[in-house]
Write a protein that binds this ligand. Structure first.
Ligand code: AHR
Length: 654
């Protein structure tokens, strides 16, 4: 009896293992090219959140450089005799400056120190451009100041002296070098003559910015963005375009022209979360719309600016009285029209001239505009309609992006989609920050979307694990969901992960695509998912099926396929969210006679433990790894490991 039972058990185990070993036969049909993948399909969404602009991408190292924070000396320590003044200021929209005067004793000193954004990061052997607007107070009496870089232990790293020669405001510049890495430096300036001397717009930039530009961007961060091959660049928000109130909304017109005269704005992430207050979070607009258009151009991405629709953040403002009355929207609508002129107008137009004077006579060739961010209700649609009438009348070629509100489903969403169709917006911006399981369940989200209505812009999304980490599980579920974006590329034209950037010591929101401190940055697993999708975006969808149905979670597998007719590649993307190793056979069917497959197939694997993440100290824990497989005729047999994202790149000639 015992023997019989044992045999039965062995037989059951054998059959069990046979079935888990059975091949899964996927078919990619190459006969007919599917929907084109839009060049805008995989893009970036940039917002000044988590110190993403000032203190992040914008390479300025001095916080409160123009003394315009409500507490004029926030970020500064002063010693001796320092006064904040406004009389005779050089920049009308930034009226504060400091006067350094004789301390009253030859052995006492007058000066000030800036703490930077959670410290100033200096890199070994790099140089830094210090600049200041200054004047002497007494005619014909030059003054001297010393400028020092100070390390975290209060030792000078490097100093230079500067002579202020005239009583008229003038910009002065010196270059300082750093012989070593220092993550937490500060800048000290003090009088070396009797004074007084007046100082305004005190600035320190690395000379090695992205493309070496003055008023430039942090090179390592832009390089990481550029590597993502974005086809689209949405900016400047997000909630910051709405503002906590209309006063603090992002106003693009304040963000262009000479940088010294761009006024300060309070950043709404300053106090959005009561458990994470950031009283020193302001926007200098130093990286303004000109710089953002330029960045889009550098990366080869379509710029997608978003403007305020006359509504302050609806989460934080209850009632019509908080918003612009519908009958008084003209200035806001004009701002949108002027923005298009700023981007595209020739240099004889008012705003085209501003762009040209900033250094870009050629138009930026903007094609899209977002009207409003996460808005909802009739208060949104009534205003959007007015914007649309004006934009369609003057710029019919510009594509307008509306919104389905802050939720991925529910009352507001149900109200807004039909409204967006009625208004005939070109694209609808959908947002979803949801748990990993939601992303798996929604891999089929777009399979039944209306093909005749506006197209979809998945404008903000991220898989939010309960610990809100950028762990591998969040990345893998996003990759699985994105097979659904790709399969539905006829209706989904744009997708951007959010948020993009976060300072490890100054974040308000997580997870985020890229984390950084003052010297380093780390690409998350989510970053690599975005990069793989964008790099292997393809030109057209190809149907990928298992038993004649799309692969949308059967046996824990999600998949999609594209062809790139330019690079001559067929690309299969597969995720496995199960704990099983799956033996997969991908068969390429319907091939034209002259199409010859290259036998060597590049396979790219992104794999980690579900809770693993990349950190600044261990940035390469989860990175894509390439290897090769050999095709057998038109079939590719591969093992798809548990919890993995896999790409197969099959080259061909025709
Ligand atoms: O990405 C962070 C925020 O999420 C955006 O500002 C807003 O649009 C959304 O609520």
């Amino acid at each position: 009896m015992m023997k019989k039972m044992l045999l039965l058990l062995v037989a059951i185990c054998f059959v069990g293992s046979m079935s888990s070993q059975q091949d899964i036969n996927l078919v990619v049909n190459t006969k007919k090219l599917g929907a084109p993948i839009q060049p805008t399909m995989y893009g970036l969404f940039f917002e000044d959140i988590n110190f993403g602009a000032d203190g992040g991408l914008y390479a300025e190292l001095i916080k409160n450089r123009s003394f315009e924070f409500p507490q004029s000396l926030m970020g500064w320590k002063t010693f001796g005799k320092v006064e904040v003044r406004t009389d005779g200021a050089p920049f009308e929209r930034n009226p504060h400056y400091v006067r350094l005067s004789y301390s009253g004793h030859a052995h006492k000193h007058t000066g000030l120190e800036n703490e930077g954004f959670r410290g100033i990061g200096l890199k070994k052997d790099n140089t830094y451009r210090f600049s200041v607007w200054a004047r002497t107070v007494q005619q014909n009496k030059p003054e001297k100041i010393r400028i020092e870089l100070i390390d975290a232990d209060n030792n000078p790293i490097e100093y230079k002296e500067l002579e202020i020669t005239t009583s008229g405001w003038k910009q002065y510049e010196v270059i300082l070098a750093s012989p070593r890495n220092e993550a937490n430096a500060s800048l000290r300036i003090f009088l070396r003559s009797e004074g007084p001397v007046d100082l305004e717009h005190i600035s320190l930039f690395p000379t090695d910015t992205w493309k070496g530009r003055k008023n430039g961007l942090r090179k390592d961060l832009v390089e990481a963005l550029n590597e993502l091959n974005p086809g689209l660049f949405r900016f400047p928000g997000g909630c910051i375009i709405e503002g906590t109130d209309l006063e603090t909304r992002y106003d693009w017109k304040k963000s262009v022209g000479p940088v010294e005269n761009r006024p300060l704005n309070e950043n709404r992430w300053h106090y959005t979360f009561t458990n994470r207050f950031f009283p020193d979070y302001f926007q200098t607009y130093g990286m303004g719309f000109y710089e953002l258009f330029l960045l889009a151009e550098d990366m080869g991405a379509e710029p997608l600016p978003v403007v305020n629709v006359g509504l302050a953040c609806q989460y934080q403002n209850d009632g019509e009285h908080c918003h612009v009355p519908v009958g008084e929207l003209d200035d806001y609508i004009q701002d949108a029209l002027d923005l298009i002129e700023f981007a595209n107008g020739d240099i004889t137009t008012e705003w085209g001239k501003v762009r040209a004077e900033m250094g870009h006579p050629k138009p930026f060739n903007m094609k899209f505009i977002g009207i409003g961010n996460e808005q909802w209700g009739p208060e949104f649609t009534i205003r959007l309609e007015k914007f649309m009438e004006a934009i369609r009348a003057k710029y019919p070629e510009i594509k307008i992006i509306g919104s389905s509100g802050p939720q991925a489903e529910g009352k507001e969403f149900e109200y807004l989609w039909p409204e967006m169709k009625r208004l005939k917006v070109d694209l609808v911006d959908e947002h979803y920050y949801r748990p990993p399981q939601w992303f798996l369940d929604n891999a089929t989200r777009y399979d039944n979307y209306d093909r005749k209505g506006p197209k979809v812009f998945a404008g903000e999304y991220a898989s939010h694990h309960k610990n809100r980490k950028n762990n591998f599980e969040s990345a893998l579920t996003e990759a699985s969901f994105m097979t659904g974006l790709e399969r539905n590329a006829d209706v989904v034209h744009m997708a951007t992960y959010a948020p993009l950037l976060a300072h490890v010591d100054a974040w308000q929101w997580r997870p985020d695509l890229i984390w950084f401190d003052n010297l380093r940055m780390v690409r998350t697993p989510n970053y690599y998912v975005q990069k793989l999708y964008a790099t292997y975006a393809g030109t057209n969808v190809l149907p990928l099926t298992w038993n004649q149905t799309p692969l949308t979670g059967q046996e824990g597998l999600y998949g999609s396929a594209v062809i790139d007719t330019n690079k001559k590649e067929i690309i299969v993307k597969l995720t496995n969210v199960s704990q099983e190793n799956h033996k997969i056979v991908v068969s390429l069917e319907g091939m034209k006679k002259k199409m010859q497959l290259r036998p060597e197939v590049e396979t790219i694997l992104l794999k980690g433990e579900n809770d693993e993440e990349n950190t600044l100290d261990k940035p390469d824990t989860i990175v894509p790894v390439s290897s090769f497989e050999i095709l057998s005729g038109t079939k590719l047999s591969v093992d798809v490991k548990p919890y993995s994202f896999n790409l197969f790149v099959i080259g061909y000639t025709d």
